[in-house]
Each structure stands twice: as C-alpha cells, then as structure tokens.
Ligand binder design. Structure first.
Ligand code: ZN
Length: 130
C-alpha cells in the first residue's frame, strides 16, 4: 500500500494526486482495506486537491453496502513538505477523517480538529503501513 502511494506521487511531480481510504474501524483502529484513486478536480492541482465528487459519492455508497466506511483520503505535496499545508487547515472539517499526506518519499497521517473559527489543527495519527 505504502509503495503504491509513494510510486503514484513520484509519478506526478507537478500536480497533487488524491484518493480515498476505505476500510473498517475495529478495536479503536482504522484498518484501511482499499486505496481508491480519484481524479484531482481542483482548479489549481499543482497546489491543492479536490477529490472528484462522483468518486466520493460512489465510494460512500459502496462502502455502506459492504459494511465498510470511507476512513479518509490521501493527497500528495509535490513540494516535498510532509505536513498539512495552510490551505489544508483552512478547509479541513472536524469529521474524524484521516488525512494521509505523501511527500518527499514519506507518508504522514493526521486527523483535523477545529476548536474555533480559525484554521483546523492537525493531530498526528500513528500508522502501521507496509
Ligand atoms: Zn495538502
């Protein structure tokens, strides 16, 4: 899983790639069972991402039918910074979704939390990916 994401990000040096993490929550841990790539439909894909809404809708529908859920999403940072950007913080919502970021040959995972009207803060999530 990890290698697939790193390779996909490396193959797209000029635009952020993105997709969805599907799986189950068991014993307090989110277990990702499927990586579903999505088109990045952002107006400025070099610096931001927006998951194709049709892919998102289909993923939610299929996950429900299969007893799974959309656990979060991934996107890449072509600039190599493996951390949520100011842009990410401005749009993140407090919904428990995992933010997986691929940059500079590394993966990082966070969950966004909003405490007020300002940008979200990101809490690191431990990952056991192979
Ligand atoms: Zn980002």
């Amino acid at each position: 899983m990890r290698q697939n994401l790193l390779a996909a990000a490396a193959a797209s040096p000029a635009a952020e790639i993105c997709g969805l993490l599907l799986g189950r929550v068991a014993g307090g841990a989110a277990c990702v069972e499927e990586l579903r790539p999505a088109a990045n439909v952002a107006a400025d894909p070099a610096r931001s991402f927006e998951i194709d809404p049709a892919t998102l809708l289909a993923a939610h529908r299929q996950a429900r039918g299969a007893g799974r859920q959309v656990l979060g999403h991934w996107h890449s940072h072509p600039n190599g910074r493996c951390a949520p950007s100011a842009r990410d913080a401005a749009r993140a919502v407090d919904n428990g979704q995992i933010w997986l970021i691929i940059a500079g040959g590394r993966l990082g995972a966070w969950v966004a939390r909003r405490t007020g009207a300002g940008p979200a803060e990101f809490l690191p999530v431990a990952m056991d990916a192979d």
